[in-house]
Design a protein around this ligand. Sequence first.
Ligand code: SF4
Length: 321
Amino acid sequence: MPELIGIARMAAQSALMEAKSQVEYFEIGAHSILNRTKPNMPFRWTINPYRGCEFGCQYCYARYTHEFMGMPDGRDFEFKIYAKAAAPEILRRELRGIDRADGIALGTATDPYQPAERRFARTRAILEVFAAEKGRRLSITTKSSLVTRDVDLLCEIARRNVLAVNITVTTLNRRLARLMEPRAPRPDLRLGAVGTLAQAGIITGVFPNPILPMITDSEESLDALASAARQAGAQYFGGGPLFLMPSAQKIFFPFLESRFPKLVRPYKRLYAHSAYLGPGYKEELRARLARIRERHGLASAPVDYRPEQWAGEEQGTLFPL
Ligand code: SF4
């Protein structure tokens, strides 16, 4: 067996914290919490309090992150969850070294409010660090209504920092959501979380990502989703098509074969040469989303503002749409 190095060795040495049904939870050391993104991203840094994600979405692009830990079977990503140790201490130190204006995104390769968070509260510990900061620009992305547990902290953060919470809802159809996102909260629970956050004055939006060709991309289905998002209190409605790299295809294509067999060939054609869809599809989708946003009075992204422009008021009431 080859000698394990780096993160693969750390994963192999991680202490088991808990095992329930098929899922095992480990604690893993971390050298760093802030990860720098590629230059064309809307944020400079990402934070992922966990490695792996129990929600197990069939299309999840982040499965490749377990490959770095010596786990090439894409399903390990759902069943071996690693909570990062000493994250707040490391984060406090790393924040001192970066520009306050840099965008920081929490939850890009794992869901920060997946079931592990109920027990291990690593996301909450990270938010406590931000609650003591000012002038930072933080966004959080989740599919979980558990985010409402932290409303107190989120309000605290929003008083002195720029904060936006993106709730991902891909479809209103519960059955379809269960198939695609087997262990994530129901769409109505996620929209309920949008309402709770919006009422608390937190800038909140809905992302229907990833938008799946021929499954969730019809104007009718996206329009119904945008309407429900607006009613719940969302201020913006983002949207981008499915990105399907080879590690994600390993899980997604068998899923299509079992649930949407007629779509296997069209999908294989669409993703034959790249993990990205071509400009024609993207342009059409962009125009569709623009029409939908226009109809429902939704922005495409959180309103941009500087925290020093406001003093004391809640964010959401300062920038009504
Ligand atoms: S919630 Fe996000 S990180 Fe978790 S499995 Fe689904 S797509 Fe992947």
